[in-house]
Design a protein around this ligand. Structure first.
Ligand code: PXP
Length: 244
C-alpha cells in the first residue's frame, strides 16, 4: 500500500499526574492539550483510569469541549467507562487492559478467547458512532480477534520494543509483521507506549502505521524545552522516517 500520512497523538495524562500531586488546578491538562494542538499534534489522548489517578471525569468533558482535534479516549472495558464514552462521544475509544496495581498499562488487551465477554461493551461503543480501537500485543491471534469483533483500529503495544534493547530488533520485526496483517484485514494501525526520540523512527517507518500515541516522554521533555520544541522534534523525526 502507499504510505499514508502518519499522525501524532499526544497523551496529556501526566500533566494531570503533576496537578494531582499537589491538588488544585495547576498544571491544567486542558491547557496542555491546547498547547499540544498549537504545537502540531494531530490528536489528543487521555486515559480515564478506574482509580482516577491522573485524568478525572471533568477533564475528559473539558477536553472534548476545548479541543478541535480528535479525542482518543483510553478506557477499560467496563460498563462505567462505556457510559462515560457514550456521553462524551470522543472520536475514538481505545480499550486498554487495566489493573489498579500497575504503574502504567502493562501489556495489551487480551481479546482472543474473551470475545463473548467483551463484545457487548464494544458493540455499545460502535453503535454510538465512536471508533473502536483496541490496544493489543502485536500477535496474529490478537489482530485476527480484533478484526473478528469489528474493531476499526488496533493500537500495537510498543513497550517491549522500547524498553528491552536486547530484543528490539525482533520486536520491531514482530510489530511490522502485525501492522501488515492488520492493514490487510482492513484495520487502521496505530502504535504506542514508551516511544521517545530514539525509538520513534523505526516504528514511524512502518508503512502501514497511521498514528503514534506518545505521552510520558513528550511531557517530560516539554518541561525542559517546551511543547513546541518537543512536539516539533518528534514530528520531524516521524516525517524523516517516512522520507524515502
Ligand atoms: N497508547 C496507550 C494505549 C497507552 O495506554 C499509553 C500510556 O498511557 C500510550 C499510548 C502512551 O505511552 P507513553 O506515555 O509511554 O508514551
Amino acid at each position: 500500500m502507499n504510505q499514508n500520512t502518519l499522525r501524532l497523538g499526544v497523551n496529556i495524562d501526566h500533566v494531570a499526574t503533576l496537578r494531582n500531586a499537589r491538588g488544585g488546578d495547576n498544571p491544567d491538562p486542558v491547557r496542555a492539550a491546547l498547547a499540544a494542538q498549537a504545537a502540531g499534534a494531530d490528536g489528543i489522548t487521555a486515559h480515564l483510569r478506574e482509580d482516577r489517578r491522573h485524568i478525572r471525569d471533568a477533564d475528559i468533558r473539558a477536553l472534548k469541549d476545548a479541543i478541535s482535534l480528535p479525542l482518543n479516549f483510553e478506557m477499560a472495558a467496563t460498563g462505567e467507562m462505556v457510559d462515560i464514552a457514550c456521553e462524551v462521544r470522543p472520536n475514538a475509544a481505545c480499550i486498554v487492559p487495566e489493573r489498579r496495581e500497575e504503574v502504567t498499562t502493562e501489556g495489551g488487551l487480551a481479546v482472543a478467547g474473551r470475545e463473548a465477554e467483551l463484545t457487548p461493551f464494544f458493540n455499545r461503543i460502535r453503535d454510538d458512532g465512536i471508533r473502536l480501537s483496541l490496544f493489543i500485543e502485536a500477535s496474529e491471534a490478537e489482530i485476527r480477534a480484533a478484526a473478528a469483533v469489528g474493531a476499526d483500529i488496533v493500537e500495537l503495544h510498543t513497550g517491549r520494543y522500547c524498553h528491552d534493547a536486547a530484543s528490539r530488533a525482533s520486536e520491531l520485526a514482530r510489530i511490522a509483521e502485525a501492522a501488515a496483517l492488520a492493514d490487510s484485514l482492513g484495520l487502521e494501525c496505530h502504535a504506542g507506549h514508551g516511544l521517545d526520540y530514539d525509538t520513534v523512527g523505526a516504528i514511524a517507518a512502518i508503512p502501514q502505521m497511521h498514528e503514534l500515541n506518545i505521552g510520558h516522554f513528550l511531557m517530560g521533555e516539554s518541561l525542559f524545552v517546551g511543547f513546541d520544541a518537543a512536539i516539533g522534534r518528534m514530528r520531524r523525526l516521524m516525517d524523516e522516517a517516512r522520507t524515502p
